[in-house]
Write a protein that binds this ligand. Structure first.
Ligand code: UTP
Length: 404
């Protein structure tokens, strides 16, 4: 086993880890070799996904005005699907939240001022609005990282699931991938332990399969999954009107989108790529794409995604074997330096490899772009201060009548 690990590290050009292995006591050496045999090192050779793109074209959204005209019908269709147990929700809560710089799971962050109000609590409150209207609980699958799984579960337990039905909640873990420093060298987390990070939010369906969640899905007859980011405290989950609109459209998927605040706004835009629904990142857009307008004056690439998608389960099953592109993200990662000290960096120091949920949209034949009002549905908490921070989210919550 040690020999095999050494050969592998040699072929990966990681001599510092071979040297490290030689300094370890036999039991740690064994554990190190075992971890090496399990990790997926193909990420080290992966091409950066951002570089390989097709031809983009605009994808038009169902606008707020159009939705308003059909609201009653869509809502009734969505509520009927929820009552029939056909709609589940998947909360993506495996991120490390490095920009917020909060040591515990981000969802356990208290954004209340005069009272306790946790990010997870905001989301459950939003979901409870729907379950009350439907008279039925929506099965909720919560994806955590290996690292934050226990804290997340314990937090939900300690708060009695914020009034949600605990039997309608499942937790599952996502996988980890090795991370590298800026020179492409694998890093250590501890003696005999390579530093790894969660593999991004794109692996959620594969992780659901690996952890047995698909059995739950299939046995309970869930046909639609609403997957969403946990860091948007105004996130509307299993929104009946959205669900109903996607069902009525006959499309295989749906994405909630918001109109851009300005042409240059830094958001990923829902569009077509080689005829399939796709998301173009703001830095991938040409000047022509950024400023292009439709005859009615609206931007052709106008609708930014907010990480709230609806997928058909049977269509997701067909995509299980597809390997999503890997993205390299430069983030902060705790590691062990050459002196054997654990370092908690103040600024980004490592490349993490992530697949992204937005790339799953491209695997679908089509996607309904469904416009929502950002003032009412988009309050992401990414940073400590400034844009998309605790302060901006608080302000938006207040405007939506939430007491802080
Ligand atoms: P972000 O892309 O903002 O990543 O996640 P992050 O790790 O939470 O935060 P930073 O970049 O380190 O500051 C968007 C959503 O995807 C989830 C997050 O929990 C959040 O809901 N996510 C992200 C996962 O579930 N797993 C991951 O590996 C990454």
């Amino acid at each position: 086993m040690l020999q095999k690990a050494t050969e592998l590290l040699q072929s990966l050009h990681q001599p510092h880890l071979i040297a490290h292995m030689q300094t370890l006591a036999p039991d740690l050496q064994k554990a190190f070799a075992a971890q090496i045999s399990e990790l997926d090192f193909s990420v080290l050779q992966a091409e950066n996904a951002a570089e390989i793109r097709g031809t983009f074209a605009p994808l038009y959204a169902t606008t707020l005005a159009e939705i308003e005209q059909n609201r009653a019908l869509y809502t009734e269709t969505g509520l009927a699907a929820i009552r029939a147990g056909k709609v589940g929700a998947v909360m993506l809560a495996g991120g490390q939240g490095t920009r917020l710089g909060f040591d515990k799971p981000k969802g356990t962050f208290n954004i209340g001022i005069t009272r306790e109000l946790y990010i997870f609590e905001c989301l459950i409150n939003n979901l409870l609005d729907v379950t009350k209207a439907a008279g039925a609980y929506v099965p909720l699958f919560i994806m955590t990282s290996i690292e934050n799984n226990r804290d997340t579960r314990e937090f939900f337990e300690a708060h009695d699931y914020f009034g949600y039905d605990r039997d309608s909640v499942w937790f599952f873990e996502q996988e980890q991938l090795p991370a590298t420093d800026t020179a492409g060298r694998l890093m250590l987390a501890a003696p005999g332990r390579i530093a790894t990070a969660p593999n991004g939010n794109g692996g959620w369906y594969v992780s659901m399969e690996k952890t047995g969640m698909l059995d739950v899905l299939h046995e309970s007859g869930i046909e639609w999954l609403n997957v969403f980011a946990m860091d948007n405290v105004l996130q509307r989950i299993a929104d009946p009107c959205f669900v109903g609109a996607v069902i009525a459209s006959g499309k295989a998927s749906g994405a909630k989108v918001v109109a851009k605040a300005a042409p240059e706004e830094k958001v990923g835009v829902l569009c077509l790529e080689d005829g399939r629904p796709s998301i173009v990142e703001y830095y991938e857009m040409t000047e022509e794409m950024i400023s292009r307008r439709e005859p009615d004056g609206t931007l052709s690439y106008n609708y930014g995604v907010i990480l709230n998608y609806l997928f058909r389960v049977d269509k997701l099953d067909e995509t299980l074997h597809v390997r999503l592109p890997l993205h390299r993200a430069f983030k902060k990662l705790r590691y062990m330096n050459e002196a054997g000290e654990i370092v908690k960096p103040e600024s980004p120091n490592a490349y993490k490899f992530e697949t992204l949920a937005l790339d799953m949209v491209k695997l679908q034949e089509n996607c309904l772009a469904y416009e929502v009002d950002r003032q009412r549905e988009f309050a992401p908490i990414k940073n400590k201060d400034g844009v998309d921070s605790v302060d901006t989210a608080r302000e938006l919550l207040r405007r939506n009548g939430v007491v802080l």
